[in-house]
Design a protein around this ligand. Structure first.
Ligand code: SF4
Length: 85
């Protein structure tokens, strides 16, 4: 689904934030903490996180999670792809 069609995104707390905070060229712990603080106040955090996990968004902070945190959620330790049939 194109991002322009996701209506809940218009209610996101990050709407008035600098996009660089959520999609930095050089991620840092400080930047991640600041972005997560915005997400913590967001009324659509649940929708945002579910979307990012389902869509497999690979970049940026979504739903209060970093790309690494989303990967760990989607592919927990010990996860293996199914064997080809
Ligand atoms: S949860 Fe975070 S990234 Fe998602 S819409 Fe809200 S503020 Fe933006």
């Amino acid at each position: 689904m194109p991002l322009g069609e996701i209506t809940w995104l218009r209610r996101g707390a990050c709407r008035s934030s600098d996009p660089e905070l959520f999609f930095p060229l050089a991620p840092s712990a400080v930047q991640e903490a600041r972005a997560k603080a915005v997400c913590a106040t967001c009324q659509v955090l649940t929708e945002c996180r579910a979307y990012a996990l389902t869509a497999g968004e690979a970049e940026g902070i979504w739903g209060g999670l970093t790309p690494q945190e989303r990967r760990r959620t989607r592919f927990p330790a010990g996860w293996r792809s199914p064997a080809p049939t």
